[in-house]
Write a protein that binds this ligand. Structure first.
Ligand SMILES: [Zn+2]
Length: 159
C-alpha cells in the first residue's frame, strides 16, 4: 500500500489559488486548439515560444473564444481581494500575466457589463448631483434644463 506523505497534499492545495490553476489549464488547452491562430499572430505581435508555450514578453498568450477571455478578465477583476478595479487598473494587472490582441477593448466591454461596477457608478456623487435640481421651484431653471431633468428621473428611479 502506498500512502502519499501529507506535504504532497499541502503543496497541491497551497501552491496557487484554485481559480488560477483552472484558468491556466483552460488557456493551455485552448491554445493547443488555436495554435494556427497564434502562429499567425507570432510575427505581427512578436510572440515567442518556450517549451510549447507562447509568450509575449512576460505575458502568456491567450487564444480562444470570448468565454475564455472573460474568464481570465474575471479572475483579475471580480474576486473580493481585487475589489473591481477600473479599466486602467484591471488592464495593468492583466497585462503582467496574459496577453491577446485587443485585450484592453475586451476589458472595457467586460467592465461596462459588470453589474457591480455599474451599480457603484450610479452611486458616485457626480451622478447624484443633478438631484438638487429636483428641489428647485418650477421656474425657468426647470424648463430650460431638459438634460438635468432626465438625470433626476433616472437617479431617483434607481434609488
Ligand atoms: Zn466590476
Amino acid at each position: 500500500m502506498v500512502v502519499l506523505p501529507s506535504h504532497v497534499f499541502i503543496r497541491l492545495a497551497s501552491d496557487e489559488p484554485i481559480e488560477e490553476v483552472d484558468t491556466r489549464s483552460k488557456i493551455n488547452m485552448s491554445n493547443l486548439e488555436n495554435e494556427e491562430t497564434i502562429k499567425k499572430w507570432a510575427n505581427t505581435y512578436q510572440l515567442h515560444q518556450e517549451k510549447g508555450t507562447w509568450w509575449k514578453e512576460e505575458a502568456l498568450v491567450v487564444a480562444g473564444d470570448n468565454n475564455l477571455k472573460r474568464g481570465v478578465i474575471s479572475a483579475f477583476h471580480d474576486p473580493p481581494y481585487c475589489g473591481h478595479p477600473g479599466i486602467t487598473n484591471t488592464n495593468a494587472l492583466l497585462k503582467q500575466n496574459y496577453w491577446w490582441p485587443n485585450m484592453k477593448k475586451d476589458i472595457e466591454e467586460y467592465i461596462k457589463g459588470c453589474a457591480v461596477c455599474q451599480a457603484n457608478k450610479i452611486n458616485t456623487p457626480s451622478k447624484a448631483a443633478p438631484i438638487s435640481h429636483y428641489y428647485r421651484p418650477r421656474s425657468t431653471t426647470f424648463q430650460s434644463s431638459d438634460h438635468g431633468l432626465h438625470h433626476q428621473v433616472t437617479t431617483i428611479t434607481r434609488i
